[in-house]
Design a protein. Structure first.
Length: 221
């Protein structure tokens, strides 16, 4: 039996669950998954029992409990330094941490206007000044990071899929769903993330889930 258990919500919609799950996959650990429908009547009981913040993801490792996806990634990176979860180069690692922190703390307009739904397509919808400003900033981050550190592979820091890619994977998913206008560099990066084996595994599991949440199934303006 694994010493690690990850608590998550609906795979189709829960962007933060995806980030924590990808961190576990990048670390190469064997872990149990406890997924629950966020629209179920007993969701509050499930999440309160699992998480001190009543939010997912949460990683339990023996007696250690880690919440917040970025903290889960850092905890696993400390446990498994040979997994290469952050870039080795100091400047690249600083960039990876900075853009990951910016993702963790920001882009509220994009989150609210273009939610994650791995199973649906809403092309051309969700566009407003706030979401478009967030998209412009994200595209600029991706373009700069790829230009400075992305040689040798399709991901933000080249051939290695890092925690920074895990932090932005739900954004790539949003861009597949909502299809905003992107630079050529950003489009190529979205495709690379969407087709990464870990993300494909997550998408297939999302497709197999019987749960739906109505408010995420209909696009906004």
């Amino acid at each position: 039996m694994s010493d690690f258990t990850l608590y998550i919500g609906n795979r189709a919609y829960s962007s933060w669950s995806l980030r924590g799950w990808l961190a576990c996959k990048i670390a190469g650990i064997t872990f149990a998954e406890k997924a629950h429908d966020m629209a179920a009547a007993d969701w509050p009981d499930f999440v309160r029992a699992a998480s001190p913040t009543s939010k997912v993801p949460v990683l339990r490792h023996g007696k250690v409990l880690v919440w917040e996806s970025i903290a889960i990634g850092d905890y696993l990176a400390d446990l498994f330094p040979k997994a290469g979860m952050w870039p080795n180069d100091l400047a690249a690692r600083a960039q990876a941490r900075a853009i990951s922190a910016e993702m963790h703390a920001g882009f509220a307009n994009l989150r609210s206007s273009m939610w994650m739904n791995t199973r649906r397509r809403f092309p051309g919808r969700g566009r407003n000044p706030g979401s478009l400003a967030d998209i412009a900033r994200i595209v600029a981050l991706w373009d700069e990071t790829r230009r400075r550190f992305g040689a040798g592979g399709p991901y933000l820091f080249g051939s290695r899929f890092t925690l920074a890619d895990a932090m932005y994977a739900p954004v790539a998913s949003r861009f597949v769903t909502w299809e905003p206008e992107l630079s050529a560099v950003a489009k190529a990066y979205v495709t690379a993330v969407w087709e990464h084996p870990f993300v494909v595994e997550w998408r297939k599991a999302a497709d197999a889930e019987p749960w739906t949440i109505a408010k995420y199934e209909t696009p906004g303006p």
